[in-house]
Design a binder for this molecule. Structure first.
Ligand SMILES: [Ca+2]
Length: 181
């Protein structure tokens, strides 16, 4: 994906289809959560080992991530989009206190592992937005799904005596065309 250096705003980091930025100043977890929402970004959600490995080495300042304890069951962790955290990368012995309800990522000295921490602490934080490439890919997918449905309706219409040979939905072709951007 090295060709898509222009997919993120200036000074954001592009990794695995998303853009990330570490805030220049510290806030408590809830204030950090709100800080960039108006811009369409969220606190970073790290849902796979691949994402952790791609993002981890770029992390400084031991920032907040978009991880918090489930208010209905404090033993469980969830991401700010409401999904349960199935992949986790806790530091040894963490999470270590139900009073610590928010998640942060350590830096290189702790191999970018995670820690639970009281949400009122003032930390830098990592924001995430989807890269423009992902946005265009989503638009193209929606277009192809709609197109496929329209073609299907046309073929099923009883009065339609002729059918046209149409290019089948082809993911490889889509990927090829998107790579031309
Ligand atoms: Ca802790």
């Amino acid at each position: 994906m090295k060709h898509f250096t222009g997919v993120c705003p200036n000074n954001w980091i592009y990794r695995q289809g998303s853009c990330y930025k570490i805030s220049p100043k510290g806030l408590n977890w809830n204030a950090a959560k709100s800080a960039y929402e108006a811009l369409g970004s969220t606190l970073a959600m790290i849902k796979s080992q691949a994402e952790q490995q791609a993002l981890g080495p770029k992390i400084t300042h031991e920032p907040w991530i978009g991880l918090h304890r489930d208010p209905k069951d404090k033993s469980r962790w969830m991401w700010i989009d409401g999904t349960q955290a199935t992949y986790t990368h806790w530091s040894k012995g963490e999470p270590n206190s139900v009073a610590e309800e928010c998640g942060q990522m350590y830096t290189a000295t702790h191999r970018w592992k995670w820690n639970d921490l009281g949400c009122s602490a003032s930390l830098h934080y990592v924001c995430e937005i989807k890269g423009w490439f992902e946005f265009f890919k989503l638009l193209a997918e929606i277009f192809l799904i709609l197109r496929k449905r329209l073609v299907k309706c046309y073929l099923l219409r009883p009065s339609a005596k002729k059918t046209h040979s149409r290019r089948p939905y082809n993911e490889r072709y889509l990927a090829f065309r998107l790579a031309q951007f």
